[in-house]
Design a binder for this molecule. Structure first.
Ligand code: ZN
Length: 78
C-alpha cells in the first residue's frame, strides 16, 4: 500500500510539473469570489468549462464558467 501511494504521488507530481511548464505560455487570470472579491484561484487562458470554487474567506461555494473569463482578453503583444 505504501509503495502504491508513493507511485501515485510521484505521478501526480510529474503531472503537476508538466502542467506548470505548459502553463507558462498562457495568460494567467485571477478568479475572484463573486460574494466578497477574495482571490480564490487562478485560471489560464486555455481553461474551458465550469469550475467549482470554495472561498477561503467567506466560505461560500461558487461555480464559475471559464468562458466568461476568457472574454476579458488582454491585448496581444507580438
Ligand atoms: Zn468570498
Amino acid at each position: 500500500m505504501a509503495y502504491y501511494t508513493k507511485t501515485v504521488n510521484e505521478y501526480a507530481r510529474f503531472r503537476a510539473q508538466v502542467s506548470r511548464e505548459e502553463a507558462q505560455e498562457f495568460v494567467e487570470r485571477e478568479l475572484k469570489c463573486p460574494e466578497c472579491g477574495f482571490i480564490v484561484a487562478a485560471a489560464f487562458s486555455d481553461a474551458t468549462g465550469h469550475f467549482k470554487i470554495k472561498c477561503q474567506k467567506c466560505k461560500s461555494i461558487s461555480v464559475l464558467n471559464f468562458a466568461y473569463f476568457r472574454r476579458q482578453k488582454l491585448r496581444h503583444k507580438h
